[in-house]
Design a protein around this ligand. Structure first.
Ligand code: IPE
Ligand code: IPE
Ligand code: MG
Length: 246
């Protein structure tokens, strides 16, 4: 897989890549370790992915870190994930500053422990002026939660007269991803071929890339492989192939 980076066409990069980081638990189990060891080991893959996206010139990277449904996991695992989040944000903010990367979140972050909320707020505020890339963490996120919230806010604004008409762009503006371009490429690791309540509205026309690699093993070359697969596809948006080449 060496040299894949040079094959990437930098004029045809996805502006926004979204990743379902899956397989930490199975990775740890294969090694006879606790699932939480898999989560800790996934941090290196996060670092590699953030760094390579920034190096290439991707504008937005969204990482699915914790879903609404993940609250149903054992308390021990949830606690471990929350402390990992706190320690990782605290230790990585310096690197985000150095690499000129802005941090944002989507999801019901008010449901996170207050220590996580504080750490996130600090990192978001500190990195707010950075311009090279936006790193979006999906935390306590699910698409149905996000759409339900948007519908409630839209109906309140219609009732109060603030909103007169509802178009596709109105809906997009009420989602947590307001202002971000839709992801052109969605990557899921670990061999699962499903979306698991992630960005359902936003990925309407995204190219999907599934790999059997478990998240803790995901490295820059795997990202390059996904981008090259994306660049080899014909994105027709409902048109015919002949129309596109005309
Ligand atoms: C992804 O890995 C991390 C989170 C969902 C937080 P998993 O923990 O889902 O690992 P598997 O899918 O059980 O192997
Ligand atoms: C999706 O992974 C959520 C994250 C990666 C944070 P899960 O492992 O929770 O997904 P399912 O439940 O197996 O579909
Ligand atoms: Mg999983």
């Amino acid at each position: 897989m060496a040299g894949l980076k040079e094959e990437i066409n930098l004029d045809n990069l996805p502006k926004h890549i979204a990743v379902i980081m899956d397989g930490n638990g199975r990775w740890a189990k294969m090694k006879g370790k606790l699932r939480t060891f898999g989560h800790e080991s996934g941090v290196k893959a996060v670092r590699e992915t953030v760094e390579s996206c920034a190096e290439l010139g991707v504008s937005y990277l969204t990482l699915y870190a914790f879903s609404t449904e993940n609250w149903n996991r054992p308390k021990f695992e949830i606690n471990a994930l929350m402390s990992l989040l706190v320690s990782t944000i605290a230790s990585e903010t310096k690197t985000l500053m150095k690499n000129n990367i802005r941090l944002q979140t989507i999801g019901d972050t008010l449901s996170l422990p207050s220590k996580c909320q504080r750490e996130l707020k600090e990192a978001i505020d500190t990195t707010a002026g950075n311009t090279r890339m936006t790193l979006v963490l999906a935390l306590s996120y699910s698409s149905r939660w996000e759409i339900t919230k948007a519908v409630k806010e839209i109906s309140a604004d219609v009732q109060s007269g603030k909103l007169k008409e509802i178009s596709e762009s109105t809906i997009a503006q009420y989602l947590d991803t307001a202002g971000m371009p839709d992801p052109e490429l969605l990557i899921r690791t670990s061999g699962e071929h499903r979306i698991s309540n992630f960005l359902l509205w936003q990925i309407s026309y995204a190219e999907l890339f599934f790999t059997d690699v478990l998240w803790p093993d995901f490295r820059k070359e795997h990202l390059y492989e996904a981008i090259l697969s994306y660049q080899g596809r014909e994105r027709r948006f409902g048109k015919t192939s002949e129309q596109l080449s005309a």
